[in-house]
Design a protein around this ligand. Structure first.
Ligand SMILES: NC(=O)C1=CN([C@@H]2O[C@H](COP(=O)(O)OP(=O)(O)OC[C@H]3O[C@@H](n4cnc5c(N)ncnc54)[C@H](O)[C@@H]3O)[C@@H](O)[C@H]2O)C=CC1
Ligand SMILES: O=C(O)CCC(=O)C(=O)O
Length: 468
């Protein structure tokens, strides 16, 4: 709790030092259009009042891992201070840098563990410019009032298209033929090269990517079966199978699209590889921990698995360069020596289309959260929004109170707000965390500090923000 208190202090100290008469500065712009809504979820035709008890240039943002220019532009247009790095950072470097910032933007490589987040005394919000959020300790972040946003499906199509390319590439041994030609070797063979038409694709995890892939594979004449822990509607002629084993026994190509969880760790290991058809293929573009790679190497050596495509690895380098060696993953050399294996550097979602869309989507969510307090799309705190205040509502304040989900809090909050006119209020909870927003009218500058300090003194408090 002490950490949460510290997190907001610098921002809020500045907040209460600005007078209500300071109108939004010319540096404020609504988030870039494209989704049809202005900040706070109002249709574009209505003008949302820019809430911000701070100079936008006080907000410090650290963007790692080469976040797309579109995302940087959205944030810079707000006047925020944006520091941009192409790579991820080592844990020590990250701890040093994160102390100072209000917002951090990452992709899949930066690990925001409890150890790192403990140092993030000013951090309000994390943007994952990707789908996966396994690299962030979501529970610790929520407990400390740090909201996390991601982009749930902007790169799904890119991953699905890569997998289609890999299915054909493996079936025709294209990787090997191409390498041979690069070395000057002409090797025209048809043995163990196949059409994919009529073959069975087994999709493990039928979510955004799995189901998109299902449509593409169906259109190419493949039979699609899938296994998922949820009972999900089949698309086209696809069929859900009851167990992973059933899928492995029937599929010619097995492709993995599950998140990284304790349950999916080594989901494909020696036993599962043994259950696969002899001469079948394995594709993993989910997370590196899902496949036991030494077991895969064995299965390929034994001829059980005829080919594999891997886009993700248990250890991935923080930057581009000659780092994919046995120093990084002990089996690196052995893996590289296998035939008919496609190794790609975690590029499933790396297309211009996906990265541009993700940049805008996540940055917009960050701007809405910073400037308006709305949490729609957050993966770790309750999703809450209120209709935006408009410029013809002067002397209004928006109260945001993130608190522990314990009995009696609303009564105490409403006692504090009771002296004012509460125009609208919403509250929701997720596990131990609750998020309350209220728009209060007829607020004088002194009231803002009072409201803030009174809420801050409640035992249940995780983080208080008052925007006006
Ligand atoms: N290689 C790359 O560049 C990319 C990799 N990814 C990875 O792909 C994963 C999947 O992405 P989406 O399809 O968007 O996720 P999603 O959340 O839409 O779908 C995941 C599906 O897996 C199922 N699932 C979860 N645990 C399971 C288990 N133990 N057994 C069977 N099914 C299980 C879920 O019920 C869900 O239907 C992401 O979590 C991410 O790790 C995502 C984007 C790009
Ligand atoms: O593009 C990236 O950096 C990560 C892609 C990915 O794995 C994801 O979106 O979960």
């Amino acid at each position: 709790m002490a950490a949460a208190r510290d997190i907001i202090q610098p921002l809020e100290n500045r907040a209460v030092s600005y007078s209500l008469s300071v109108s939004p500065t010319t540096t404020f712009h609504s988030p870039s259009a494209g989704h049809g809504f202005a900040a706070g979820g109002l249709p574009n035709r209505a003008v949302a009042k820019a809430l911000k008890p701070f100079n936008t240039e006080d907000i410090k943002i650290l963007l790692l891992e080469n976040v797309n220019q579109t995302g940087r532009d959205v944030l810079k247009r707000q006047g925020y201070q944006v520091e941009f790095l192409k790579t991820s950072l080592s844990e020590d470097e990250l701890i040093e840098k994160i102390r100072d910032v209000h917002v951090i933007g990452i992709r899949s490589k930066t690990k925001l563990t409890e150890k790192v987040l403990r140092e993030a005394k000013n951090l309000l919000v994390i943007g994952c410019f990707c789908i996966g959020t396994n690299q962030v300790d979501l529970a610790y972040a929520a407990k400390n009032g740090i909201a996390v946003f991601n982009s749930p499906f902007a790169n799904s199509r890119s991953v699905a298209e890569l997998v289609i390319a890999e299915i054909i590439t493996l079936a025709r041994q294209l990787g090997d033929r191409s390498l041979e030609m690069h070395r000057g070797t002409w090797n025209k063979v048809s043995s163990k090269c196949w059409e994919i038409r009529g073959k069975t694709l087994g999709i493990v995890g039928y979510g955004h990517i799995g189901s998109q892939l299902s449509v593409l594979a169906d259109a190419m004449g493949m039979s699609v079966i899938y296994y998922d822990v949820l009972s999900l509607m089949a698309i086209g002629t696809a069929k859900q199978v009851p167990t992973l084993e059933a899928l492995l026994q029937e599929a010619d190509f097995v492709t993995l699209h599950v998140p990284e969880t304790p349950e999916t760790k080594n989901m494909i290991s020696a036993k599962q590889l043994e259950q696969m058809k002899t001469g079948s293929y394995l594709i993993n573009a989910s997370r590196g921990t899902v496949v036991d790679i030494p077991a895969l190497i064995q299965a390929m050596r034994a001829g059980k698995v005829a080919g594999a495509a891997l886009d993700v690895y248990p250890n991935e380098p923080a930057a581009n360069g000659d780092y994919f060696t046995s120093d990084l993953n002990i089996w690196g050399e052995e893996l590289r020596s296998l035939s008919n294996i496609i190794l790609t550097p975690h590029i499933g979602g790396s297309t211009e289309e996906a990265q541009r869309a993700i940049g805008v989507e996540v940055s917009d969510a960050l701007v809405r959260y910073i400037n308006q307090g709305t949490t729609i799309g957050s993966v770790n705190v309750p999703e809450v929004t209120l209709r935006s205040l408009t410029p013809d509502e002067p002397n209004h304040a928006r109260v945001i109170y993130i608190h522990r989900n314990v009995p009696g809090v609303l009564r105490k909050v409403n006692e504090i707000l009771a002296e004012h006119n509460v125009d609208k209020q919403i509250s929701d909870s997720k596990g131990d965390i609750a998020y309350l927003m209220a728009d209060v009218s007829d607020v004088r500058p002194d009231d803002i500090k009072d409201i803030h300090d009174s809420l801050n003194s409640l035992n249940s408090r995780i983080l208080t923000r008052v925007l006006y």
